[in-house]
Ligand binder design. Structure first.
Ligand SMILES: CC(C)(COP(=O)(O)OP(=O)(O)OC[C@H]1O[C@@H](n2cnc3c(N)ncnc32)[C@H](O)[C@@H]1OP(=O)(O)O)[C@@H](O)C(=O)NCCC(=O)NCCS
Length: 422
């Protein structure tokens, strides 16, 4: 028996059967059966805007899989570049495919000199690195005008490689400018994460060899952040992509969405919260204040995870590995005590509030040496592969431009009066 919902229209007594497909209702079926009746759904909390095969997420069960592979296995055994390939192509690469992919990405890490000299160096001296990154990504479309040929497979592949390869270079360039240090060219003898660390911190040494444990930890964080299905920035990528804009412009929109504190800024909020708490002696007072409704426990709770965020579990281990090298982040003890208190408190457990990925990621970034202003850029670098995977999927499956309806709540018709009569 096909599943359906029976709806009685009390305006005219008519009954309609609405078919249920994949656990939901297709708007096309709905609008034919109940013309003119539509949904008011700000934030799209009850709306599936697309069909996607990239990432599976079950927030109730705490499951996250990229193309079917559990995030735990990928974080443990894969590398960010391999995961980027998987997200984009749908399958893990063979050794030959991976070698070609790695070579291509490595050889596109350089940026046009004019992008650096005339564009990036034109920013105000204290420009926020994420503001610079958003603008630089958009500016790339002017350097590669063939990017607008989005249905040419060769051009599409080229832009994908360029974007994944150049994000670390642009992010590091923005940081160097912000702190008044000279730009560091990519070192193509280094791996993806190690090269980024070199561009961030190299000074006068001929070659910057990052501590391998730190480069590996960063690579794991890149894997964990590579995709998260239809989040705000991916939706921005899809919406702009649906107008057939070139991928740089669409990616700049996605980066802008990530810049917002509600999306890419939560780990920063965690660091600020831990700094404000200041000592483990103040944890109980802080928790009591949160329970009285005075602020939130940052890094706790999630719109979709109502169980432990699987990424937070992996990050716990990564944090240990990083702190072994860098020494413990002094804020860690406060974080651990906060977690322990919250997880044994009925207020948090009854609301199913568990640590999310941001609870520990900021502590790791800070211990590695990244300034807080770089946190959203560290998120944007790996998420680029996820954005692009969704963009490719969108172009291959849909031709409709995103165009939601609105609930008009403004004035009824009225007539213009000349300015002197008002
Ligand atoms: C992520 C977040 C926005 C999800 O929100 P949501 O699913 O819309 O949940 P709600 O805001 O409806 O919260 C449900 C209940 O839990 C409480 N709650 C949710 N997150 C909380 C937190 N971090 N600290 C304290 N209480 C919290 C709310 O006050 C509400 O309580 P009530 O039912 O008594 O009113 C929210 O948990 C939050 O603000 N977390 C902190 C910021 C953060 O870490 N964001 C990163 C997400 S990756």
């Amino acid at each position: 028996m096909p599943e359906s919902i029976t709806i009685t229209d009390n305006r005219n007594g008519q009954t309609v059967e609405i078919p249920i497909e994949n656990g939901g209702v297709a708007a096309s079926a709905w609008s034919k059966l109940l013309p003119g009746i539509w949904f008011y759904d700000p934030g799209f909390t009850s709306t599936a805007a697309c069909e996607s095969g990239v990432t599976f997420l079950d927030g109730e069960a705490g499951i996250l899989r990229y193309r079917g592979y559990p995030i735990e296995e990928l974080a443990e055994r894969s590398s960010y570049l391999e995961v980027a390939y998987l997200l984009l192509k749908g399958e893990l690469p063979t050794p030959a495919q991976f070698e070609e992919w790695r070579r291509e990405i490595t050889h596109h890490t350089f940026i046009h000199e004019n992008l650096r000299k005339r564009f990036l160096e034109g920013f105000h001296y204290d420009a926020h690195p994420m503001g610079m990154l958003v603008s630089a990504v958009a500016a790339l479309s002017t350097f590669y005008p063939e990017a607008k040929n989005i249905f040419d497979p060769e051009s599409r592949e080229k832009q994908i490689i360029r974007l994944i390869a150049k994000m670390p270079t642009l992010a590091a360039a923005a940081h160097r400018f912000y702190v008044g240090m000279p730009f560091v060219y990519p070192d193509n003898s280094l791996g993806f994460a190690a090269n980024f660390l070199s561009m961030m911190w190299k000074i006068a040494e001929p070659r910057f060899d990052a501590n391998p444990a730190l480069a590996h930890a960063l690579d794991v964080l890149f894997i964990l952040h590579a995709d998260h299905e239809q989040n705000c920035s991916t939706t921005a990528m899809r919406v702009v992509g649906s107008s057939h804009a070139d991928p740089y412009s669409a990616c700049a929109a996605a980066c802008s969405a990530l810049y917002g504190p509600r999306h890419g800024g939560a780990n920063e909020a965690v660091i600020r919260m831990l700094t404000d708490i200041g000592s483990i002696d103040h944890v109980d007072d802080f928790v009591a204040a949160v329970k009285r409704g005075e602020g939130r426990l940052q890094g706790f709770g999630h719109r979709v995870y109502k169980n432990y965020d699987p990424r937070a579990r992996i990050i716990n281990r990564t944090a240990d590995e990083v702190f072994e090298v860098t020494g413990k982040n002094p804020l860690l003890d406060i974080a651990l005590k906060l977690e322990e208190r919250a997880l044994s408190d009925e207020y948090f457990t009854s609301r199913r509030l568990y640590p999310n990925v941001d609870f520990y990621s900021g502590l790791i970034y800070q211990a590695i040496g990244f300034p807080i202003d770089m946190f959203p850029a560290l998120f944007a670098i790996p998420r680029t592969s996820g954005w692009l995977a969704h963009w490719v999927e969108l172009l291959d499956q849909e031709s409709k431009i995103a165009r939601p309806r609105q609930l008009y709540a403004g004035e009824a018709e009225r007539h213009y009066t000349p300015i002197g009569d008002r």
